[in-house]
Design a protein around this ligand. Structure first.
Ligand SMILES: [Zn+2]
Length: 128
């Protein structure tokens, strides 16, 4: 058995975010994880339950991408950020704010958007 989530679990998680029912996984020892996985990498617990994701998180790191890889060239410039949602951190693209205005501590909500270039679903943060 691997730590990776079964096929489709990430899509199911995006579905939940889209429905406003975002969650993360937490083991009995309080280790929170995203994206979904089967085994807690910290303590090897297989007893992972779904916990409700907080409505907002805070940006902890951010990077403005001005020269992206070809498959995302129509998205540039864009900001990728890691936001702290309590027990878990989530990586996503920041939208609805000037890239220059994204700061550490910016409060964001999480939703699902589309890559401009590919139309693939992606995690998107918007300022709250
Ligand atoms: Zn654990």
């Amino acid at each position: 058995m691997t730590e990776a989530a079964p096929d489709g679990q990430y899509d199911a998680w995006l579905d939940a975010i889209e429905a406003g029912e975002g969650y993360y996984l937490e083991c009995a020892n309080g280790h929170g994880w995203l994206p979904p996985r089967r085994i807690c990498p910290e303590c090897r617990s297989r007893d992972l339950g779904e916990e409700r994701l907080p409505d907002s998180g805070k940006v902890t790191t951010h990077t403005t991408i001005t020269v992206p890889t070809p498959q995302f060239e129509d998205d540039a410039p864009y900001v990728t950020a890691v936001a702290d949602f309590g027990s878990v951190s989530i990586t996503g693209m920041v939208r609805g704010i000037d890239p220059e205005d994204v700061e550490i501590g910016t409060v964001v909500g999480v939703e699902v958007g589309e890559r401009v270039t590919t139309g693939d679903r992606a995690v998107v943060f918007r300022p709250r």
